[in-house]
Structures are given as structure tokens and as C-alpha cells.
Design a protein around this ligand. Structure first.
Ligand code: NA7
Length: 551
């Protein structure tokens, strides 16, 4: 355990403070405590574990990577013990899984729930992080690991009059535990992203009327969820190591077996056959498992876009509504996050659903009975914000984090995140991010990406212990090189052209910087593994001083 370097008895020193008890916080705690024998405190604002899967309880919330893949791989016993009931698990089941993990590895006893960390300041003299909670507790820690999630800070646009609505207001990313009763109610929902596409069909089935306010149409494709059969479950469990190996070999941490190199190399007939097969497979198959050039080449991309638009037109009866739901040619396919849906487009064939185009006629004001756009007023009893997140940096900036010289992280990142591998930032020694900006993060299977980062961090801490290092700090040159490399990888694709949250384009005033590493999970893993194997090249490691050892 870390020495109490400055002898401050009131504020104990622990080895590590971790923020958040989602996939990342849970595994980080397990690794540090149970494998490295560290003294760890985890702080979590909710009253239970789950992170993203604790908060996102809205109707229809489920993963869109198959459950057998969207789960921890570190424990074969856990893999065999847990039984998924559906191909793509719904939120309650993923939350139950994380609760099961917490229980199995006895994690809750080291998590302080209902507690938010307000500040984390690096003390250069003692090489410790001083962490202050909203309960007034101060903890000093050698390592600070904010595992706060990439999509955890809900974006709630401040429309004029936003507090004046007299009915019930809900935010998808902070959905009430007790659920919402839509029966007989008129509901308005703002947003048509991946979240809204999951929620809208289910809300429409219950509500008296649902009005959908759409700013940008999206290229939704079918998820094709289905119940898990004992045969499929058995086949996966007998072959799990090989499946995980394939996942690690793949670009996004989930294997697809249909991927062909180029849409342009195929004839019209072959291409249609390939698109139809991927469409039938469902999930992300069309997006990342179909043609390798879909997200790189405009002509290849246009073929997919045309295919999806034709599908939307075939599914929506009213041609005018179908056109509103079709993304325009100027919007490339898959450059915003691919939403996976179940009966989303058919929902607009229902008599109790109205689609409103708020790009042509923007929302001007929220009023007590509903909202007013530039050309009409809409009244409802329930208003839902499905307006996404301040991704990557939002949750981090809610905490007053300062590094060397008292520099706020917010200032260091004022022109966009600056990291080495999305794992660390120069001037913030002994602080690690999990699936941070400029790592594959949201474009890689999250549980596996989290494992990769937690294991790298644990290995790094173990290396520091073994070699008598007190601190590790990313070098500015290496960081700059990584930022440049991340930009180059993104610029080789069509993704930076979209107004997506990958770039922060959904948040007014946020710098437009592409925040995901697009070199692929396998390559990324090789890069960070090599860095570790070569003694943490790109980082400066500072030895424990004789003074500190003497205490
Ligand atoms: P998204 O994908 O950011 O979608 C948010 C939606 O809300 C999208 O349709 C936005 O339109 C709309 N939005 C956001 N702000 C406004 C304002 N001010 N006015 C009107 N409409 C607005 O978030 P999701 O929660 O759906 O998905 C996030 C990720 O969570 C998802 O990809 C999964 O990884 C899990 P826009 O497209 O910006 O015009």
C-alpha cells in the first residue's frame, strides 16, 4: 500500500481512486484489488452498479453487439455461468449481469455509492491526487482513474422556455427506475438518434399519440434480435476462446464473416446480394461487416446509402413521410453512429404517430402545454429528450480536475482532447482514462475495449511498483504525435465530414475534433502493448525519491 507521504492522518492515502461502477470501474477495481493487492476506493453517484446500464432504462434500451460478445472475457467461469436470454440483451438483463459480476467478485464493499467526486487535484510535492467528494470526504490517492464513461453526460438543449413545460419531462439517459406510464398520454419526443430509434416503436404502442421531432434523419438498419436458444448458447460456450480470438482480430471487437474488400469491385447484382445478406444478418453487419470501403470511399458509400434509402421507402406507406425519414444524399451513410432498430420505420405507418421536421421549422420555444416550432404548436402531456450526450469530455469536465501547475484539464483540452493513446494526458501524472478520447472507444466493442485498457493500466502500475517509480507522465511530443496520427486515421475516412457526436458537433460551442481512434482495435492493441513491452516509450517515469522511501 502507498505510504502516507506527508503524514496527513485526517485524509488517508489509498493506492487508487476510481470513478464510476460501470463495466470499466468494476473491472478496474477487480484487477487492482484482487490481482495487484491494491487499496482502492470507487465512487459512484448512483445507488447501484451498472454505469450506462444503470441510467439508460428507457423503453427499448439494449446492446447492438451480440450479448455473448458484449460481455467480459476475463473470466471463463463467468462466461460459462451467465446465460443470456436474447441475442441482443435488453438493459435490465445487462444491468442484472453487472450486478452478478459485482456479487461474484465481491466488488460492492469497496464502492461508495450515492457519492459524486467534485474535484481531483494533483499535488506535485507528494505526487498524490487529492480527491474531494460531494459528501465532504477528502481522499488522497496515488492513482486517479476516472472511469466515467464516454456517453454519460446527457445533453439537454436549453430551448427558450425549457423550464416552463407543465407536464412530465424525461431524459432517456436518466430514465426513472419506476418507469413511465404512457397509457392514454400524448407524448412528444425530441431526437431521432440510436436511442430514440429504440424507444419510439415501444412508446408508440402505449401512448395515445406520439409526436416525433426530427432534426436529422438517420440510416437505421434492422437489429434482428431473437431469443437465445440453448443450441446457440451451447455452441458459443463450447467455442468461446476462438470467438474471442476472432473478436480481437477484428476492427471493432466483434467478428463479421461476410466482409468483402470493395463495393466497387462487385457487379450491381453481386453488390445487391451482399447488401441483402448483411441486411438480413442485422446489427452492425451492413455498417462494418459488409464492404471494407463503405466508410472510406464516397462512391462505395453512396451504394449503401441508396440501398438503405430504398428500404426506408419500401417500409413507410406515406411517400411524403418516407422522404422525411430518408437521409439526404449529402449525408453519407454510417458516418454518424449506425442506429439499429426494430420496427422503427413501420412505426410511422401508425395512425397515432406524427413526424415533425424541425430542421425546416426549428423548435422556437418550449411552452407549458408542449412546444412551438417556427410554423406550428404541438401539445402533449409528456416531453422526452432523446437528445444524446456531451460525449467523451462532458462527464470529465463536470469534475474540477487539475494537473501539474494547477492546470485545469478543461483548459488543457480547450481545443479538443489531448491524450497519448486515449490513456493519459501530459501534465496529469498517474491519471488514466478508460476508453478515453483518441482511443478506439465507442467504435470498438466496449467491454473488450475496457478490458484492454484496464489490463494495460494494471500492468503499468505493476511495472512502476516493481521498478520503484512514483509517477508516470505522458510526453508532450509523443502525445502530439498520437493526436496527429489519430487525425490522419480519421481523415482517411468519410467520418469527419458528418455533424456527429464523434466530433462534438452536437454540442454548441464544442471544438470540432474527431475523438475516436480509427486505426482498428487490433492495430491499437499492438501499439499500446509494444509501448508497455518497451518500458513505456512516450512516457516519463519518475523514480521514488530517497526522501519518500525513508518515510
Ligand atoms: P445522438 O445520436 O446524439 O442523437 C441525439 C438526437 O437528438 C439526434 O437526433 C439529434 O439531432 C437530436 N438533437 C440533439 N440536440 C438537438 C437540438 N438542440 N434540437 C433538436 N434535436 C436535437 O444520441 P443517442 O442518445 O441517440 O445515441 C448516443 C449513443 O448512445 C448511441 O450512438 C449509442 O452508442 C449509445 P441531430 O442528429 O444532432 O441533428
Amino acid at each position: 500500500m502507498t505510504q502516507n507521504a506527508s503524514g496527513d492522518r485526517a485524509n488517508p492515502v489509498v493506492d487508487a481512486v476510481v470513478l464510476g461502477a460501470g463495466f470499466a470501474g468494476l473491472y478496474m477495481l477487480h484487477l487492482l484489488r484482487d490481482r495487484l493487492n491494491k487499496n482502492v476506493r470507487v465512487f459512484e453517484s448512483a445507488d447501484g452498479v451498472g454505469g450506462t446500464w444503470y441510467w439508460n432504462r428507457y423503453p427499448g434500451a439494449r446492446c447492438d453487439i451480440p450479448s455473448h460478445h458484449y460481455s467480459f472475457s476475463f473470466s471463463e467461469e463467468l462466461e460459462q455461468e451467465w446465460n443470456w436470454s436474447e441475442k441482443y440483451a435488453a438493459q435490465p438483463e445487462i444491468l442484472a449481469y453487472l450486478e452478478f459480476v459485482a456479487k461474484k467478485f465481491d466488488l460492492a464493499k469497496d464502492i461508495t455509492f450515492r457519492t459524486r467526486v467534485n474535484a481531483a487535484h494533483y499535488d506535485e510535492a507528494d505526487k498524490l491526487w487529492i480527491i474531494t467528494t460531494n459528501q465532504g470526504e477528502v481522499v488522497r490517492a496515488r492513482y486517479f482513474i476516472p472511469a466515467v464513461g464516454t456517453l454519460s453526460d446527457a445533453n439537454i438543449p436549453e430551448f427558450k422556455g425549457h423550464e416552463s413545460f407543465a407536464g412530465e419531462v424525461y431524459v432517456t439517459g436518466k430514465w426513472p427506475k419506476e418507469g413511465v406510464d404512457f397509457a392514454g398520454k400524448r407524448v412528444g419526443i425530441i431526437g431521432t438518434g440510436a436511442t430514440a430509434m429504440q424507444a419510439i416503436p415501444l412508446i408508440a404502442e402505449e401512448a395515445a399519440h406520439l409526436t416525433v421531432f426530427q432534426r436529422t434523419p438517420n440510416y437505421g438498419t434492422p437489429l434482428r434480435n431473437e431469443p437465445m436458444t440453448p443450441e446457440v448458447d451451447r455452441a458459443v460456450k463450447e467455442n468461446y476462446r476462438e470467438l474471442r480470438r476472432q473478436a480481437w482480430e477484428s476492427f471493432a471487437g466483434v467478428p463479421f464473416d461476410r466482409l468483402k474488400p470493395s463495393a466497387l469491385a462487385d457487379s450491381d447484382e453481386e453488390r445487391l446480394k451482399q447488401y441483402e445478406a448483411c441486411w438480413e444478418d442485422g446489427g452492425f453487419s451492413l455498417w462494418i461487416g459488409c464492404y471494407a470501403d463503405t466508410l472510406f470511399d464516397e462512391r462505395a458509400n453512396k451504394h449503401t446509402a441508396d440501398f438503405v434509402r430504398a428500404k426506408i421507402r419500401a417500409r413507410v406507406k406515406d411517400p411524403a413521410v418516407a422522404e422525411m425519414l430518408c437521409p439526404p444524399e449529402s449525408q453519407a451513410y454510417g458516418t454518424k453512429r449506425q442506429p439499429c432498430e426494430t420496427n422503427y420505420f413501420e412505426t410511422f405507418n401508425r395512425a397515432n404517430v406524427t413526424l415533425v421536421d424541425i430542421k425546416s421549422h426549428p423548435i422556437e420555444e418550449i411552452v407549458p402545454t408542449g412546444l412551438r416550432t417556427s410554423n406550428a404548436q404541438y401539445d402533449f402531456d409528456i416531453l422526452i429528450y432523446a437528445t444524446g450526450f456531451d460525449a467523451f469530455t462532458g462527464a470529465m469536465f463536470k469534475i474540477d480536475i487539475t494537473g501539474e501547475g494547477g492546470l485545469p484539464l478543461k483548459d488543457y483540452w480547450s481545443a479538443g482532447p489531448r491524450t497519448l493513446f486515449g490513456l493519459a494526458a501530459h501534465g496529469f501524472p498517474n491519471m488514466f482514462f478508460i476508453t478515453g478520447p483518441q482511443s478506439p472507444s465507442v467504435l470498438f466493442n466496449m467491454p473488450l475495449g475496457i478490458e484492454m485498457h484496464c489490463e494495460w493500466i494494471a500492468q503499468c502500475i505493476s511495472h512502476m511498483d516493481a521498478n520503484g517509480y512514483a509517477s508516470i507522465n505522458a510526453d508532450p511530443d509523443a502525445e502530439q504525435q498520437w493526436i496527429r496520427h489519430t487525425k490522419e486515421m480519421a481523415d482517411a475516412t468519410l467520418l469527419p465530414e458528418a455533424t456527429s457526436w464523434y466530433l462534438g458537433a452536437n454540442i454548441p460551442g464544442k471544438p470540432r475534433v474527431f475523438m475516436v481512434y480509427l486505426g482498428g482495435g487490433k492495430h491499437y492493441k499492438d501499439v499500446i502493448s509494444r509501448c508497455a513491452a518497451e518500458g513505456y516509450t512516450g512516457f516519463t517515469l519518475t523514480p521514488v525519491t530517497c526522501d519518500a522511501l525513508a518515510q
